[in-house]
Design a protein around this ligand. Structure first.
Ligand SMILES: C[S@@+](CC[C@H](N)C(=O)[O-])C[C@H]1O[C@@H](n2cnc3c(N)ncnc32)[C@H](O)[C@@H]1O
Length: 217
């Protein structure tokens, strides 16, 4: 491929993002998203804050379950794809902003906060801030859903991950324009933000996880 053709291809990244993520996760991203939406919305009408909504794949599933969603992302081009995916849906409030600004949103104003494949893009300090402030945005009994790339616990699985990350990082850079860092202790990070960990699901040898935390009354 000539470098010009490669540049054109990269410019279209958000539109190719979903296909790219399916390839990078061997198709497991769909299961992860479905599990996030199921755990986030218990009843129609619940208020969900989604941080780093990307192209709106999870947003669409949250809406199917009847949630009212505040979807934020710092990347205007990702939001554009998400808006096009959901069309004219007055059950979603789209916000172009960074997660560093969530402390301006109402405290206790949400039944669930969703962070899908977003925390691993952040610095350790940014992650700590976002988890702590997300916990504050939850109503008592509200749930925080953190789904992300994680480090497996077993030694063999860690070795497989290390080897797979070499081609995966190159592919990720080409497809989504970023390389994430797998998280070491996602349940511990939720506990440090003051949440009770209610469940943990793992896929792909433990390299993808969904952890559900709850704000106790
Ligand atoms: C890997 S994508 C995941 C998108 C979607 N949540 C999913 O599960 O498919 C990460 C998204 O988070 C957004 N993001 C990363 N860090 C962010 C931050 N600090 N504030 C707002 N958005 C952020 C990126 O712009 C990108 O759209």
């Amino acid at each position: 491929m000539s470098s010009l053709a490669l540049m054109r291809w990269l410019e279209g990244t958000p539109a190719r993002y979903d296909t790219g993520m399916r390839a990078l996760t061997f198709g497991r991203v769909g299961r992860l998203h479905a599990a996030v939406a199921r755990a986030a919305v218990r009843a129609a009408g619940e208020r969900v804050l989604e941080i780093g909504c990307g192209t709106g794949a999870v947003t669409a599933l949250l809406r199917e379950r009847g949630a009212h969603v505040t979807a934020i992302d710092q990347a205007p081009e990702m939001l554009e794809v998400a808006r096009a995916r959901l069309g004219d849906d007055d059950g979603v409030e789209w916000r172009e902003q960074t997660a560093a600004e969530i402390d301006a949103l109402p405290e206790g104003g949400y039944d669930a906060v969703v962070l899908s494949l977003c925390l691993s893009d952040m610095s350790p300090g940014g992650r700590e801030f976002v988890l702590r402030e997300s916990a504050r945005r939850l109503a008592p009994g509200g749930r925080l859903l953190a789904a992300d790339e994680t480090r497996p616990r077993g030694r063999l699985a860690r070795l497989v991950q290390r080897l797979w990350r070499i081609p995966q990082s190159m592919l990720a850079w080409l497809i989504v324009g970023a390389v994430s860092t797998p998280l070491d202790d996602l349940p511990g990070a939720l506990r440090a933000a003051g949440l009770q960990v209610r469940s943990e699901q793992r896929w792909l040898l433990g390299t993808l996880s969904l952890v559900v935390g709850e704000r106790t009354p």
